[in-house]
Design a protein around this ligand. Structure first.
Ligand code: BGC
Length: 759
């Protein structure tokens, strides 16, 4: 397939404030540890609002949570991801004139992300007000090889003059978090979280150490430079900032090149942050930058080897998918202290909290392409299991663990409990991701060491949150995924995922029976056989709402009694509804923010007949507004499942290009990582009909008419399989590992090398 899907670019890009904010998120650099929004190094006009931001995954402070009424157990504090420091500001002066794209004349400009090389770039051909012309190229990288490192590689070429080139490069602690009192998806007020402890110059590198106000965390950043054609270098250590002035001499037609290295070390991960920063900066500079680029490219090659997706016949979707999968890699935390924010590390939307997005939308991608990453994500949940136990107690449960709806370090951070803490389904979602990890890898050792304990403790919660009534198990007063319908009885999704969860808790209990390590765990948490029998009884008798007349699964017990809010009557400017209608008005109507029952039909498909799923799909589609970015991908997957090709393709388009086209109009506060994982699931679970179950893996591929073919790779129990689907057949190639049994269109095959099956 020939298209340059590795590069997403915009040429002659816009410079209005909204566009600048959008590109800051779209072209950010991250490596799962640090994230840097892509601001223009030279800055913006003073009237601009900007979100200069550099983040460390999992690095937070604790702030007050405003609760209107002091009810028992409501969170009074929350964690907030911090904007830690600014190392990206660089002002450029050419023969005394300051470079600014808002001044003089921009003759041409381009910004791009290169997903093969793992870098972003900006190129500008600029004429100064006095007629000096320069070509500028800036390459930025958040290194995967050295996670603490962010580099800016800045070249300037005078086109029609020779003269002095001066860089004023900043390293500043004087930063604040973004806030917007009008938008519940960002922080509501400004707070200065970090206090600078020291700003120091040592061996031509500047070090800034800052500490948080409440969480007791500290961070050290260190910045160093190297420049060609250097004449002079001066350092200025100011109250909160360090500045380095670098002067070089440039000849017409030849380049001056500045390399700026910034490293970050935080006290969550290292004992001596100052010492570690010195080691890291030395390591960064010990290799020529070209070698750092080569290491980055090798890392990317290995990444794509396992997860690349190719669509032949739709180059735009192909580029969009490539971009999405790159962003998932940029966003995912790679240690047990971090996870994935809904906005990745590209902005402060949702204050850097981790949600169910990780387990239900993003982890499925890693589980079948890079299971080691999934394992780390589960380990993060394991690390916070004790806090989930405490959370369960706060909510009045005697036993078990309830994971917080949103959190960084493990404590609940939901301000609005009806659409937050009440989403108990998060327990089932986490269990589901552990089950999928086990099915994809067969890694029973990990289940025994950590996974099972999470599954048991969270399963216990259902027994306490729910109860038997007239022989059926009911779960009352919870909120399902659809946040426009809150605190309901027997949300179908919740009950279905709880049933799946409880069944697997029983399964793991018996799978691990007789294993000494597992016994230690069950003894420690005092899990008895009687309890496990109760899990089974609750699962077998789980109440799953069904309406005989409509032949659908109602979203909950009272959903169908409510009036339908006709979507056609909602004016365009009233979207998203959460910003324009009182919550009670939404809760009182049949109107869905996002896939809920339709999601349940995807995740636990064996609970219903195809007919019920089809009727439900048709019913919910008419009342779902997709105000959440987690929705269209699921409607696409289920449309594909139910043979509605056109719908599947339309919803996929929305999902794949959501950020590139800013379809939710809020990419400026960060990209939508859950949707990105969802767009991958559309191809694999939707179009290719992949399913991962205990009896093996299966496929039932379809090909959208507009496409000539598509292909993707996946890892399954230590083998790597390439799947190709074209108009006449589908092919499965075992690229690595041992033979596997796979099921295609309902028939079983043994995959030894290559299997070609007619469509
Ligand atoms: C959605 C949630 C999601 C959260 C973070 C909300 O708008 O309704 O399901 O977890 O965004 O992405």
């Amino acid at each position: 397939m020939k298209d340059n899907k590795a590069i997403y670019e915009v040429t002659d890009f816009k410079l209005d404030n909204a566009s600048c904010l959008f590109y800051e998120a779209l072209f950010h650099n991250a490596n799962g540890y640090i994230g840097v929004r892509s601001l223009l190094e030279e800055g913006y006009p003073e009237t601009y609002r900007y979100k200069r931001g550099q983040y460390i995954n999992g690095f937070y402070d604790i702030t007050k949570m405003k609760q209107a009424e002091k009810l028992y157990g409501l969170a009074e504090e929350k964690q907030t991801l911090l904007n830690v420091v600014d190392t990206q500001s660089i002002k450029l002066f050419i023969d005394g004139e300051a470079f600014s794209m808002f001044d003089g004349e921009v003759l041409s400009s381009r910004r791009w992300v290169d997903t093969d090389k793992g870098i972003t770039g900006r190129r500008v051909f600029w004429r100064s007000p006095n007629g000096r012309e320069v070509k500028i190229e800036i390459i930025r990288m958040a290194s995967f090889h050295q996670l603490s490192l962010f580099t800016i590689d800045y070249s300037v070429e005078p086109v029609n003059f020779s003269g002095d080139i001066v860089f004023e490069s900043n390293h500043q602690s004087d930063v604040a978090n973004f806030f917007d009192p009008a938008d519940p998806r960002t922080a509501e007020d400004r707070a200065d979280y970090l206090t600078m402890e020291s700003c120091e110059l040592k061996d031509e590198a500047t070090y800034i150490i800052s500490g948080t106000s409440k969480s007791g965390l500290r961070v050290c950043s260190c910045v160093a430079h190297s420049i060609s054609n250097e004449i002079e270098r001066h350092f200025f250590i100011e109250e909160k900032n360090a500045r380095c002035q670098l002067i070089a001499q440039a000849k017409m037609g030849s380049k001056v090149r500045l390399k700026k290295y910034a490293v970050f070390c935080d006290s969550i991960r290292c004992d001596d942050i100052r010492e570690q920063a010195a080691i890291e900066i030395e390591q960064a500079q010990s290799l020529p930058i070209e070698q750092l680029y080569a290491l980055q490219q090798t890392y990317m090659e290995n990444y794509w080897k396992n997860c690349d997706v190719d669509i032949d016949g739709d180059p735009e979707q192909n580029i969009a998918m490539r971009y999405n999968l790159f962003e998932l890699l940029q966003s995912v935390g790679k240690d047990q202290y971090s996870n994935i924010c809904p906005k990745g590390l590209s902005g402060e939307g949702y204050e850097g909290h981790y949600f169910w997005d990780s387990e239900m939308y993003i982890q499925p991608f890693f589980t079948i392409t890079n299971p080691a990453v999934s394992k780390k994500l589960i380990e993060y949940r394991y690390e916070t299991l004790d806090m989930a136990r405490e959370n369960a107690q706060i909510l009045g449960h005697q036993k078990g663990a309830l994971y917080p709806w949103r959190t960084i370090m493990g404590k609940e951070c939901s301000g609005y409990y009806p659409a937050g803490s009440a989403q108990y389904h998060i327990n089932g979602d986490i269990a589901h991701s552990i089950i999928a990890y086990y099915l994809a890898t067969g890694d029973i050792a990990f289940i025994q060491a950590k996974g099972a304990e999470i599954v048991f403790e969270t399963a216990r919660l259902w027994m306490d949150a729910g109860n038997f009534y007239k022989g059926r198990f009911h779960i009352n007063n919870v909120t399902g995924p659809d946040e426009y319908t809150c605190i309901v009885n027997n949300n179908y999704y919740t009950n279905a995922i709880a049933q799946h969860h409880l069944r697997w808790a029983v399964r793991f209990y018996y799978l691990l029976k007789g294993n000494a390590h597992a016994k230690k765990t069950t003894d420690r948490i005092m899990l008895t056989k009687t309890e496990v029998d109760d899990f089974k009884k609750a699962a077998d008798n789980m109440f799953l709402p069904y309406d005989k007349d409509l032949k659908i699964n109602p979203q909950d017990d009272s959903f169908l009694q409510k009036q339908i809010m006709p979507i056609d009557d909602i004016p365009e400017e009233n979207y998203p509804l959460l910003l324009n209608y009182h919550p009670l008005c939404l809760y009182r109507h049949q109107i869905c923010k996002q896939a809920d029952t339709v999601l349940a039909h995807f995740v636990v498909e064996d609970a219903q007949t195809e007919e019920t799923m089809r009727h439900s799909y048709e019913y919910y589609e008419k009342i779902t507004v997709h105000d959440s970015s987690l929705s269209t991908c699921i409607f696409s997957i289920m449309a594909a499942r139910l043979g509605m090709e056109e719908k599947a393709v339309d919803y996929f388009g929305n999902s794949a290009k959501m950020d590139l086209l800013n379809l939710h109009k809020n990419t400026h506060i960060g990209i939508h990582t859950a949707n990105m994982g969802g767009s991958y699931m559309v191809i694999v679970y939707g179009f290719a009909g992949f399913r991962l179950k205990e009896d093996g893996i299966s496929f039932s591929p379809m090909l959208p008419k507009k496409w000539r073919s598509y292909r993707f790779k996946m890892c399954y129990q230590k083998s790597r399989i390439l799947i190709e689907v074209n108009k006449t057949h589908c092919a499965f190639t075992l690229e690595e590992g041992e033979k596997k049994t796979i099921c295609v269109y309902g028939e079983e095959y043994c995959l030894k090398d290559k299997l070609v099956i007619d469509r």
